[in-house]
Design a protein around this ligand. Structure first.
Ligand code: NAD
Length: 241
């Protein structure tokens, strides 16, 4: 399905990004993973590793240059790298606010700015941004929710700016997914989140990968600016969010 396609996944060294990279590999794609931490055990079979920080324009430019030198194109960009620094606003530092916005929103913007001219020129591209159900509003996440809400807006603007070039831009908004990020939560916090899930179901990184490859497929050419929740139904119903 993705043979002959070149895919770049940010934050693809673990968690959801790794599952996305693995899914594209399984579907025949040439996959590059841009991450600030590449594990020692990493091999090219896991996707071609590019070490870098998406908040640094120089790192972003170097990664894109490497891909263009080696593969000559980027068909799919998945902006997945993201972080949390949770606190209620009266306990949140300015640094915690800034860093989350910088990684989750500005990092994705820098990636888009670097990759979009190449996609425009080729008149083909698929961009998938990984936001979060938390963009609807979550206590303790004023930084994170704002960053993901910004990412949703960024998606919509770019969808319009690129509509005449066969470049689509969409958002996937995961709910509760078991990854190293959420495994770091206190057990009582995790348990309370699970209890709010319809049917008590928690998602897997592979569930998110399914939505990503849908938006990234050639066939999804008339679907742009959209947001798809992967949250087991948590975003619907009178009790939401
Ligand atoms: N896990 C969940 O329940 C959940 C829910 C909703 C949304 N999300 C979103 O999904 C995405 C992936 O989450 P995850 O749970 O897999 O997280 P994770 O912490 O397990 O993995 C994130 C990866 O991004 C990389 N990364 C972080 N900052 C980076 C930077 N500045 N430059 C390059 N790489 C960087 C990390 O090194 C790591 O490999 C994030 O955007 C997150 O906000 C996760």
């Amino acid at each position: 399905m993705f043979s002959d396609q070149v895919i770049l996944v940010t934050g693809g060294a673990r968690g959801i990004g790794k599952a996305i990279a693995e899914r594209f590999l399984r579907l025949g794609g040439t996959v590059y993973v841009l991450d600030q931490h590449i594990p020692e055990s990493w091999s090219d079979a896991d996707g071609m590793p590019l070490k870098g920080d998406i908040t640094q324009a120089d790192d972003v430019a170097a990664a894109v240059r490497t891909i263009m030198d080696r593969s000559g194109r980027i068909d799919v960009l998945v902006n997945n790298a993201g972080i949390t620094r949770d606190h209620v606003i009266w306990k949140m530092s300015e640094e915690e606010f800034d860093r989350v916005l910088e990684v989750n929103l500005k990092g994705a913007w820098l990636m888009c700015r670097a990759v979009i001219p190449l996609m425009r020129e080729r008149r083909y591209g698929r961009i998938v941004n990984i936001a979060s159900r938390a963009w609807l509003g979550n206590p303790g996440q004023s930084n994170y929710a704002a960053s993901k809400g910004g990412l949703v807006s960024l998606t919509r603007v770019l969808a319009l700016e690129l509509a005449n070039r066969n470049v689509t831009v969409n958002t996937v908004a995961p709910g509760l997914i078991r990854t190293p990020l959420t495994e770091a939560l206190k057990p009582e916090v995790w348990e309370s989140l699970v209890q709010k899930q319809p049917g008590g179901q928690v998602g897997t990184p592979e569930d998110v990968a399914t939505a990503v490859t849908f938006f990234a497929s050639r066939e999804a050419q008339f679907i742009t600016g959209q947001l798809l929740y992967v949250d087991g139904g948590r975003s619907v119903g009178a009790g939401a969010p």
